[in-house]
Design a protein around this ligand. Sequence first.
Ligand code: FMN
Length: 245
Amino acid sequence: MHEIHDLLRGHRSIRKFTDEQLSDETVADIVRTGLTAATSSNLQATTVVRVRNPETLGRIAEIAGGQKQIITAPVFLVWCADLHRTRMACEMAGGSMTSGMTEQFVIATVDVALAAQNAVVAAEAEGLGICYIGAVRNDPQTVSELLELPDDVYPVFGLCIGHPDQNPEVKPRLPIEVVLKEETYDDSGDPDRIAAYDEEMRQYYRSRTGGNKESSWSEEMAGLVDGERRPHMKQFLADRGFELR
Ligand SMILES: Cc1cc2nc3c(=O)[nH]c(=O)nc-3n(C[C@H](O)[C@H](O)[C@H](O)COP(=O)(O)O)c2cc1C
């Protein structure tokens, strides 16, 4: 197997960073590599806003529920799905963009995720650590205002990057049989496999927290999807030009 497999399988989110700074060129290189990801119809719907202003970082950390890594990471990037630039190009070519289509929202969001993950791999290959911050969507309106995002642009997630100051265990993933199916979606064996994974995750949490966290994957998922989560997103997206029709 190519050594990239080892790099990818060694991924774990890093939430504590050393003070060592990254040069602007390193950050630009990481983003540049990110942008080489495949992009739907060459749409290139990714815009990355680097935030350095301590006040803005503080506000975003507050919005994210006090996640300190947003302030302490040497680099904090907000990855945005951007159809504003698409509109600009369309108008430059004499066209007019039909906005609000769910399909456009999907492809723009997928574009951002692919580019960001490419950037993450590039950063990790340099020995850096990363942490995605989906919690910018706790209050995407305020984040959009802080970053002066125009209509047709929305913040998908933040990304902390820096030199790791911790070495957490790699978090186990679901068994391959649960994820990789043959021909059709057959989930008949999955309850047993998930139960085995739950036990593995229970051990992982125990070991990572010195016995302070007692949970399994199923319990985590129950907490995640039982109830409405960020119900403001639909209206927020509509207000930004992503009407989802
Ligand atoms: C889109 C996205 C948003 C995330 N948001 C947060 C976040 O706000 N805060 C955080 O600490 N981790 C966040 N994470 C990290 C996940 O919790 C983490 O990737 C997952 O638990 C698996 O752990 P690992 O990355 O260490 O393998 C996010 C990950 C993704 C992909």
